[in-house]
Design a protein around this ligand. Structure first.
Ligand code: GCU
Length: 340
């Protein structure tokens, strides 16, 4: 498939050359646009104006610039290439070259990464970035080796909160019997069940209509997603409990990675990291704008009290036992980073 795409690109390039030559003879301008050696696809499930998509465009631009146009990356937003897990599988086969994905989706392929998205793990955003930008972040970037994926950079996705269609969650008992959509991640399902709710795993694109039809009573996500895909229209009760911070990653297919020279690999990595710095700035701006927008639209925003937060946190003990028993040393290192 990809070979064909590349041949097509070369063929189109030849055609452009011939046409430009022809036009040149008629007094037209010669094209200086080089023919790319590689044309890669990049999957993104958010909208065109979303911070992660804008980060992807910046990444593609930087790579094109620094390889003199030899590497072209075509960003496909809006989930055009499929839902996250299907896309990640495609990366493993080499059918898609890049993805920006939530760690929750990735945890089904590389379960060790659950450690980085455990409920109530980070005190705040600074704590999480200290971990991801430091030694632990580097170690987890390398953990993808052998999975068919190569990690490139960390993107921000803020903190996730619960939201419901009929009434807000103010205390632990309010979660009881609620059907709450979770990402297709076993650990996230266990988290909702430990709070007393019923977890309903579902892909991102299906959530709006499931909220609308009453198939589920609620879901959970960060401010920009809640606003961008308009879940606030059908689930207007948002409870700020910040139960998880689920970082996101840019990854490249191992197949694609191995085709590249060490020099090109270095450029790709450097551009991914630069685009991440850009994305994190956009993230902060969009989070504020999204919050304002949904409040203005009349949503009820509830801050979970410290006392209740403590009860939610306490309920997570069995989840840590199931998903992190072998990684308690890493959990301790993460916690220690928050104390420094
Ligand atoms: C966030 C994340 C997406 C993910 C979604 C979800 O919006 O950015 O990549 O798919 O959460 O809840 O599924």
């Amino acid at each position: 498939m990809k070979g064909m795409k590349r041949r097509n690109a070369v063929w189109t390039g030849l055609l452009v050359g011939v046409l430009a030559g022809g036009l040149g003879g008629c007094g037209g301008r010669e094209t200086t646009e080089p023919v790319p050696e590689y044309v890669f696809t990049y999957a993104e499930n958010q909208a065109e104006d979303y911070p992660t998509t804008l980060g992807a465009y910046r990444f593609a631009e930087l790579v094109k610039e620094r390889t003199g146009g030899r590497i072209e990356i075509l960003v496909k937003a809006n989930g055009e290439l499929g839902d996250e897990q299907a896309v990640v599988e495609q990366l493993q086969y080499g059918g898609i070259d890049f993805v920006r994905a939530s760690l929750s989706s990735l945890s089904e392929f590389v379960p060790e990464v659950n450690v980085l998205q455990m409920p109530y793990l980070y005190k705040n955003s600074e704590h999480m970035w200290k971990v991801l930008d430091g030694e632990i972040g580097e170690e987890f970037m390398e953990i993808f080796e052998g999975s068919g994926l190569t990690g490139l950079s960390w993107y921000d996705a803020g903190a996730r909160n619960f939201y419901c269609t009929k009434k807000p969650i103010r205390k632990l008992e309010d979660v009881a019997k609620m059907r709450i959509r979770v990402q297709e991640s076993e650990m996230m399902g266990a988290m909702v069940e430990a709070l007393g709710g019923t977890a309903v795993p579902m892909t991102y694109d299906k959530v709006y209509s499931a909220l609308e039809t009453g198939e589920i009573d609620g879901a959970e996500n960060n401010w920009p997603s809640y606003e961008s895909v308009r879940h606030y229209e059908v689930a207007p009760f948002y409870t700020v409990d910040e139960h998880t911070r689920v970082p996101e990653m840019q990854l490249i297919s191992q197949h694609t990675w191995e085709k590249l020279s060490p020099e090109d690999q270095a450029v790709i990595r450097e551009c991914a990291r630069e685009s991440a710095i850009f994305q994190r700035k956009l993230w902060i701006q969009r989070s504020e704008a999204s919050q304002k927008r949904v409040r203005k639209a009349g949503c009820t925003v509830v801050e979970l009290s410290e006392e209740e937060k403590q009860r939610f946190r306490q309920a997570m003990v069995p989840v840590y036992k199931t998903y992190c028993a072998d990684y308690m040393d890493v959990i301790e290192r993460i916690e220690a980073a928050g104390e420094e």
